[in-house]
Design a protein. Structure first.
Length: 625
């Protein structure tokens, strides 16, 4: 590496640590200050922080690989996460969640199911889910940043012990970056996280613009058209995925065939099915929900969620599109003739391009930007996960009366514990892709059914929530263990066949088992007391099957009105998904010089933005707070 690039990276790390530690003094007032910033941070800073937290390096490396291989259609792979969640939150869920006025997602559950045994069981299971999810994401980041740094940086940091490898080079790099990020995150809580993430967002946007400009200037239209086919640029699809590669690039079609997405129509159908239910279930109890709860008012919660959508996708896909254009021009010919082409080759396209095809200066800024992407997402989870350990388990069940200083110290210990367990899990991860599929298809699958029902059905109770989540997490864990051990099963056995099923296709099974647990737990136990339900409904005002609760409230207050916004909210969500998709397609088409399609995407973005102004933004402006 050139000394200029090294200096840029060192300057970025020093600046980030300096800002994070300098602002950390504001986090010592108590748990509300430590985990939510005292609900005093302005919505646009939280929006920038939220967007920055979603701009992670592991996800970026994965998206570069799938865009390279599958073409424009690959943006639909993002529905597995599902990214629609951000649209549903923006349209109505942010307001529902923020009205609760609490600290964590599991504490929010108590306002829905009460504080009896059933309520506490539901409260405990969602806290456990939040902790497991945080550990899983830390393992995901550990795997991604290690691979990334090893290929980019020239120094071999492998540690040897008695002629054996104690730590590989990528594990050493990952541990160093994680240690530095953990320092300021634990020291400053939400204040440090938001301050550093706003700084990191600016660096990431600059890096994205620079790489897009460099790729646009150095790679010609002719070079792109010689590699890409019309099918690569086609957003529409049939039931079966037709390979978009031809000639000397035919090997890429064979790679597509091995990934389990050949029946593309079924895959998209499954993603749509999952996307709807996962989105309406609301955000998982992680940093996204924490940002909503940190806003000053209900109105600002909605503003923040909409702003996150607006500032995230275009700069992120400029960066992804720029990397893919350079890869198509310089790396595709070399990969196509490889006799051992695999999914792992796609995961290292990003660092390979940066290492070999980006000039001095831009390389340093791009590396700083991607390092910022890792640090911002990692710090968000390190700050959110321990909130559930300290506030929802330790404080509630073990030490209800203690000083703020004691709880802050407990938060520091919990943060270190979450990081250590996540790192240990990362040591045993097969690849970024395996962790991605586990988190998106299995872990989230266990979350969806119970959290979908909690919004829309008054009879759904705490035991239904507990058994629905427990059943889902149990099946999700079995699916993960099967996937991790598929090489050990005898070929032709039912376990072998089951382990070969792509994780996304397991979602209906996980969802169905979780749904069964939810219904059995609900109908075999008494309903939540009406006092809890009326307080929840009056405060949150969701739509759905709430007639008995609404009728009880109507007797007490004749002026209360029913939420009849289901149809308008769903229409806005459909428009929002199209709006979100246009922001992904716009920079991709721009980078591959498909100008007619780029202008169509721009037109769709402007039209949907105008519609949402009248149907969503004007409505939000009328909120009382």
């Amino acid at each position: 590496m050139n000394i200029i690039d090294v200096l840029i990276i060192v300057l970025y790390i020093v600046l980030t640590l300096g800002v994070g530690i300098w602002i950390s003094k504001r986090a010592s007032k108590g748990l509300d200050s430590y985990f939510l910033g005292g609900k005093s941070i302005k919505w646009y800073y939280l929006g920038l922080s939220n967007g920055s937290g979603m701009f992670d390096v592991s996800g970026t490396a994965w998206m570069v690989g799938i865009l390279f291989l599958y073409g424009v259609k690959s943006f639909m792979f993002m529905w597995m996460w599902p990214i629609w969640n951000q649209v549903f939150i923006m349209i109505f869920l942010a307001a529902w969640i923020r009205r609760s006025n609490i600290m964590t997602g599991s504490e929010w559950i108590l306002t829905r199911f009460g504080d009896d045994r059933a309520g506490r069981a539901s409260h405990l299971i969602v806290a456990i889910f939040a902790i497991v999810a945080s550990v899983g994401f830390i393992a995901y980041f550990f795997e991604g940043v290690g691979k990334f740094m090893t290929i980019i940086l020239p120094w071999d940091l492998a540690l040897m012990f008695n002629d054996g490898v104690l730590l590989t080079s990528d594990q050493s790099y990952a541990l160093i970056i994680i240690f530095l990020t953990t320092l300021y995150t634990i020291k400053g809580g939400m204040f440090s996280v938001v301050a550093t993430e706003v700084l990191q967002y600016g660096i990431m946007v600059l890096a994205g613009i620079l790489i897009a400009v460099y790729a646009f200037v150095t790679v010609t239209d002719a070079e792109i058209s010689s590699v890409l086919s019309r099918e690569w640029n086609n957003v529409f699809f049939g039931w079966e995925l037709e390979g978009s590669w031809s000639g000397k690039y035919e090997a890429f079609n064979s790679l597509i065939d091995t990934q389990g997405y050949k029946m593309f129509g079924a895959f998209i159908g499954m993603s749509l099915f999952k996307g709807f239910f996962a989105s309406i279930a609301g955000p998982t109890p992680s940093y996204d929900m924490q940002r909503i709860l940190s806003t000053r008012t209900v109105k600002e919660a909605a503003y923040m969620s909409g702003f996150t959508n607006l500032i995230l996708f275009i700069p992120r896909y400029l960066l992804i599109g720029g990397i893919v254009v350079l890869a198509l021009a310089y790396i595709a010919p070399e990969m196509a003739v490889s006799s051992t082409l695999s999914l792992g080759d796609l995961e290292i396209i990003l660092p390979k391009v940066i290492n070999n095809h980006v000039p001095v200066g831009i390389k340093g800024l791009l590396l700083a930007g991607l390092l910022a992407a890792f640090m911002s997402t990692f710090s968000a989870f390190v700050n959110s996960g321990p909130a559930y350990i300290v506030n929802d388990i330790y404080k509630k069940y073990f030490k209800p009366e203690a000083s703020n200083k004691h709880y802050i110290r407990a938060s520091h210990i919990a943060s270190f514990a979450v990081v250590i367990i996540g790192v240990i899990m990362g040591f045993f991860a097969e690849s970024i892709n395996s962790l991605t599929l586990w988190i998106t298809s299995a872990l989230y699958g266990g979350y969806v059914a119970a959290n979908f029902l909690k919004w829309i059905w008054w009879r759904f109770n705490g035991w239904g929530y507990f058994w629905g989540m427990t059943a889902g997490l149990f099946i999700a864990t079995l699916q993960f263990l099967l996937d991790q051990n598929k090489a050990n099963f005898e070929m032709g056995s039912w376990l072998y066949d089951l382990a070969q099923i792509p994780a996304i296709y397991m979602f209906p099974i996980i969802f169905g088992v979780s749904l069964l647990g939810s219904f059995l737990g609900t109908f075999l136990t008494p309903a939540t007391n009406m006092e809890t339900l009326t307080a929840f409904y009056e405060n949150v005002r969701p739509w759905g099957w709430w007639k008995p609760v609404y009728n009880t409230l109507k007797k007490e207050d004749a002026n209360i009105t029913k939420n009849t916004d289901f149809t308008s909210d769903m229409l806005n969500c459909i428009i929002g998904v199209i709006w979100q998709s246009s922001m992904i397609l716009l920079p991709i088409y721009f980078m591959v010089r498909e100008y007619p399609k780029m202008f169509v995407a721009l037109f769709v973005f402007l039209i949907t933005s105008a519609i949402l102004k009248f149907t969503w933004l004007d409505k939000v402006k009328k909120y009382k707070n």
